[in-house]
Design a protein around this ligand. Structure first.
Ligand SMILES: O=C(O)CCC(=O)C(=O)O
Ligand SMILES: [Fe+2]
Length: 347
């Protein structure tokens, strides 16, 4: 039962109980039709998205993958990964139906009754002591098909597995090109495992919000991944910090495209040659939005640091070797705070 007082969530324990313990999520809050955003979601002024910092005509690069072996294409991918760390790809080999299916599966999962969703999603949006994010998500860590069959809900299992499987082809193409750009010409089994030894897919649901200007869907952060592949729907709202500092650039939805971003692990392994870009998602006052990122990661037990090939070439390492699971723990220890996490690995 939803609380019915005038300010039903003045008491934070009532809010936590409704959103988390009962499994209603932020979507449940949104569907109560509240006139005002519960105070727990009001972000400090400096974390709200200020429209004056948005570059109206700005756009992140779009890369056509039809001819991915073309050396010019390889060069653009490496340049964009160094300058921006963020781009969209079109004409990749992931079929549009696979993308559509995983989007429907995401809507379907979040439409399930609260008590069912609660059994499958144990993680909740991060808080920075002061404010929660206006988002629900389901995180699916891939171990094996068997484990997915046992642990993932059947409403989205096949669709997510298919999306991951088909995306792996393009992930390998991109990593191959990016490694070549560092003069790492051979990706043996050990290197492949270091670059993409574990994968996690999140189903993100951003419900429509009574006061979108006061909160965020996701606060400023860079991903801890090697690469992130992200599918977004047609609503929009993802912003990337431009390569020159304080401006934010919208990532417009393009049907059939995938958004690619460099994560901190690749920034560290490339000794800073590729950069992970800060990004965030605004809340929306009139529409629900979904996105489905695949985080391509090292394995938790891997040590990450500048690749030995770079150091052997005489490059001075700017990062130390860190255990990947420690890096991830460090990221989750605090709320989203832009690109600060990477300092953990600096020498
Ligand atoms: O929803 C989006 O567009 C981005 C989500 C994101 O940045 C993340 O889940 O790490
Ligand atoms: Fe992200």
């Amino acid at each position: 039962m939803a609380p019915t007082l005038a300010d039903p969530f003045n008491d934070s324990s009532a809010l936590i109980d409704f959103v988390i313990n009962q499994g209603n999520g932020v979507k449940g809050l949104s569907e109560l039709g509240l006139k005002a955003l519960p105070k727990q979601y009001v972000q400090p002024l400096e974390e709200r998205v200020c429209m004056t910092n948005i570059v109206p005509q700005g756009s992140i690069p779009i890369i056509d993958m039809s001819n991915w072996e073309d050396p010019n294409l390889a060069k653009s991918i490496c340049d964009v990964a160094s300058e921006w760390g963020f781009f969209q790809i079109v004409n990749h080999d992931v079929p549009v139906e696979v993308l559509e299916n995983v989007k429907y599966a995401t809507y379907n999962f979040f439409r399930l009754p609260a008590e069912v969703k609660n059994k499958y999603s144990k993680e909740h949006s991060s808080s920075n002591n002061e404010a929660l994010e206006w988002k629900d998500y389901l995180s699916l860590f891939y171990v094996s098909e068997e484990e997915a069959s046992a642990l993932w809900h059947s409403i989205c299992r096949e669709q997510v597995l298919d999306y991951m499987k088909k995306s792996k082809v393009v992930i390998k193409q991109l990593l191959q090109v990016l490694m070549k750009g560092l003069n790492v010409n051979e990706i043996d089994e050990a290197k492949e495992s270091l670059l993409m030894g574990s994968m996690r897919t999140n189903l993100n649901y951003y419900p429509k919000c009574p006061n979108p200007e006061l909160t965020v869907g996701v606060g400023r952060h860079s991903d801890v991944s090697t690469l992130t592949i992200l599918l977004q729907d047609e609503i929009g709202g993802l912003f990337v910090r431009g390569n020159k500092g304080d401006d934010w650039i919208h990532v417009p939805p393009i049907k059939g495209s995938l958004v690619i971003n460099v994560g901190d692990a690749l920034q560290i392994m490339s000794n800073g040659r590729y950069r992970s870009a800060e990004h965030r998602v605004v809340a929306n006052g009139s529409k629900n939005r979904i996105s489905v990122p695949i985080f391509v990661n090292p394995r938790p037990v891997d040590m990450i640091g500048p690749l030995p090939e770079l150091v052997a070439n005489g490059e001075k390492p700017i990062y130390k070797q860190v255990l990947y699971s420690d890096y991830v723990k460090h990221f989750f220890r605090k709320a989203h705070d832009g690109k600060k996490t990477v300092e953990f690995a600096e020498l």
